[in-house]
Write a protein that binds this ligand. Structure first.
Ligand code: 6LW
Length: 498
C-alpha cells in the first residue's frame, strides 16, 4: 500500500503518540493558541481525526502574557494503568507539568508540576515507577537528557535529576523518549534544531539510567542532505509499534517552497516513516534514513484508503475542535451559531501580542480558495492570514463614518500598509475571497457577482524563515474596534484545497 506524507497537514508540530487497545492517540504543541494541545485518533496511523484538546481551561494553562511561539511547547502522550498522561512545558513560565484523564474524550486534570527544568518532557512507566525526563545541560554546559523518578500522583521528585544521555553532538538535544523493546532500553531524541539540519538519533542500553550505546548510523532519520527536496526539517518524533508488529516513527517536518532560497509558511506538520529492526535489535528508518513524500509499504493493510479532507466550512468543522483562539478567548465577544459566526471587536487588534477577537483554522495546504461573506456595522472585520502579530495579511471591511470599504492590508515586520481599497455602497454582505498558491495570496471581493481583484502578496513574508517562531499560517476571522454593541456577521466560510 502507498501512503502520502504529511499524514497530518498544517501547523501541528512536535507529535507524540501512544497506543491503547489498538487505537493510536497523538498530540501536538500549540504555543500561544487556545485550547492547547490538540489530540488526534487513528486506527491505522495514516488517517487521523482530531478528537479534542488536552488544555481546555484557563486553570490548566496561563496564556495571557505569552509571546507568539511561547506558551505550550512539545507534549508527550503516554498511557498507564487506565490513565492517559500528557506532559509538556509552559515555556513562558519555564515550567514542566502534566495533566491526566481516564477518558480521552473528556476533560483533563488540573496541571501537576514537576521541579525539573528543560523542555520536551517525557514520561516512562515501568512496574510501579514513573520516570520523568527532559533536556538540559550538565555542570560543564554539555547538553544532556536528564531523568528522575517521580511520584505520579503528586509530581514530586523521588530521586535527583541526573544526565543519562548526551546525544551525538548535534546542537539542541531535544525531544527525548525512552522505550523498552525486547528487554533493551532505547532512548530516542532530536538534534540539530528544528530547521533544515533537524534529525533523529538514538542509543540503547541495558539500564534505563544508561549508559547507552549510540546507533552507529546516526542520525537514524534526517533530510538535511536532501537539498532541493520538498520535505525538510525531519526530526522530533516518537516511535510506535502497530497492531501487526511493525514499527513507525511519527515526527515533524515541513514542506518547503522553492529550491534555493527556500522557505516554509504552513508550519511544521506530522509525517509517518517506517522503521525496521535488524536481527541485532538496531532500527533504521525511512528510505535510506530519509523521509519521502510517499512510501510504498507492504506491511500496511491493503484495504486502507488514505482520506483527505479537501474543504473546511462552518458546517463541517466544530467550533471547539478545529478552531483556535489567540491566548485568552473572551467568549462573550463570540456568538457561535450553526453556519454563522458573530464577532464583537475590542480595542485589541491583530498587531498586538494579546487576545484580539479572533478565531482561526490552520492553513493545511498551499493551493486553496478561501472565502467568507462578512457584514459589519462598525469597526473592522475580516479574514487574516496570520503568522504572528508582526506578520499577517488582512482582507477586511472597515467602517469610516458613514461609509464602508474593503481593504487589503499587509503587515510585514515594521512595514504596515493598506495596499488597496474598494468602496462599498452598503454594509450588506460582502464576499471576500483569497486565492492561495505556493507563492502568492490573491485578495479579491465579489461585487454584483463579479470578482474584483485588490492585489496580491508573497507567501514568503509569512514564512518561518521571515517571521521566526514555531507556528504556521492560521486563517483567522477577526473583528476589532467595534464601538457599538453590534456584532459583525460571518457566513458561508469555505476553505477549499485543490
Ligand atoms: C520543541 C523542540 C522543537 O519543544 O521545537 O522541533 C520546539 N523541536 O523539541 C518547539 O516546537
Amino acid at each position: 500500500m502507498k501512503y502520502n506524507n504529511p499524514v497530518i497537514k498544517g501547523f501541528y508540530p512536535d507529535p507524540s503518540v501512544c497506543k491503547v487497545n489498538n487505537t493510536f492517540y497523538l498530540v501536538c504543541s500549540s504555543f500561544q493558541y487556545f485550547p492547547g494541545v490538540p489530540i488526534f485518533k487513528s486506527k491505522d496511523l495514516i488517517n487521523w481525526k482530531q478528537i479534542g484538546h488536552c488544555l481546555t481551561r484557563k486553570s490548566q494553562i496561563q496564556l495571557d502574557q505569552v509571546n507568539s511561539s511561547g506558551g505550550v511547547f512539545a507534549p508527550t502522550i503516554r498511557y498507564n494503568n487506565g490513565r492517559f498522561y500528557m506532559v509538556t512545558t509552559n515555556e513562558t513560565e519555564q515550567k514542566n507539568f502534566y495533566v491526566w484523564t481516564n477518558n480521552i474524550y473528556g476533560e483533563w486534570s488540573e496541571p501537576i508540576f514537576v521541579e525539573q527544568g528543560g523542555i520536551d518532557p517525557s514520561l516512562y512507566f515501568e512496574d510501579d515507577k514513573t520516570y520523568f525526563m527532559s533536556n538540559g545541560s550538565d555542570e560543564n554546559g554539555v547538553s544532556s537528557i536528564f531523568q528522575c523518578e517521580i511520584d505520579i500522583e503528586t509530581g514530586k521528585k523521588l530521586t535527583q535529576s541526573l544526565p543519562i544521555w548526551q546525544g551525538t553532538g548535534g546542537r539542541y538535544l531535544e525531544s527525548p523518549h525512552l522505550y523498552k523493546i525486547n528487554g533493551m532500553y532505547y532512548i530516542m531524541a532530536a538534534e540539530g534544531g528544528t530547521e533544515y539540519g533537524h534529525m533523529i538519533t538514538y542509543a540503547r542500553g541495558k539500564s534505563l539510567n544508561g549508559p547507552f550505546e549510540a546507533y552507529k548510523n546516526n542520525p537514524v532519520l534526517t533530510n538535511r542532505n536532501l537539498g532541493g527536496y520538498e520535505l525538510q526539517g525531519m526530526g522530533h518524533g516518537d516511535l510506535i509499534e502497530d497492531n501487526s508488529g511493525n514499527w513507525w516513527i511519527l515526527h515533524l517536518g515541513f514542506r518547503q517552497i522553492g529550491q534555493w532560497t527556500t522557505f516554509h509558511h504552513l508550519g511544521r506538520e506530522v509525517f509517518l516513516t517506517p522503521a525496521t529492526f535488524d536481527k541485532d535489535g538496531w532500527f533504521s528508518a525511512g528510505y535510506k534514513g530519509t523521509t519521502i513524500k510517499s512510501f510504498e509499504v507492504e506491511n500496511i493493510h491493503r484495504q486502507i484508503v488514505q482520506n483527505e479532507k479537501k474543504c473546511d466550512t462552518f458546517s463541517d468543522t466544530k467550533w471547539n475542535l478545529d478552531w483556535i483562539h489567540l491566548r485568552l478567548s473572551h467568549l462573550e465577544n463570540y456568538i457561535f451559531e450553526e453556519n454563522k459566526l458573530k464577532l464583537k471587536g475590542t480595542s485589541i487588534n491583530l498587531d498586538m501580542a494579546d487576545s484580539p477577537t479572533f478565531i482561526g483554522i490552520r492553513q493545511k495546504d498551499f493551493n486553496a480558495n478561501i472565502s467568507c461573506d462578512i457584514c459589519i456595522f462598525d469597526g473592522e472585520a475580516g479574514i487574516t492570514l496570520y503568522m504572528d502579530e508582526n506578520h499577517h495579511y488582512d482582507l477586511a471591511i472597515q467602517r469610516c463614518e458613514d461609509s464602508y470599504k474593503v481593504i487589503q492590508r499587509l503587515n510585514i515586520g515594521d512595514i504596515k500598509s493598506i495596499q488597496n481599497t474598494v468602496p462599498l455602497e452598503s454594509n450588506n454582505n460582502a464576499s471576500l475571497v483569497i486565492h492561495a498558491n505556493n507563492d502568492f495570496y490573491d485578495f479579491n471581493i465579489i461585487l454584483d457577482g463579479k470578482e474584483i481583484k485588490l492585489g496580491k502578496a508573497q507567501t514568503r513574508y509569512l514564512s518561518s524563515e521571515v517571521a521566526g517562531g514555531f507556528t504556521g499560517v492560521v486563517i483567522g476571522l477577526y473583528c476589532c474596534d467595534s464601538k457599538k454593541s453590534e456584532y459583525a456577521q460571518f457566513t458561508n466560510f469555505k476553505c477549499e484545497y485543490f
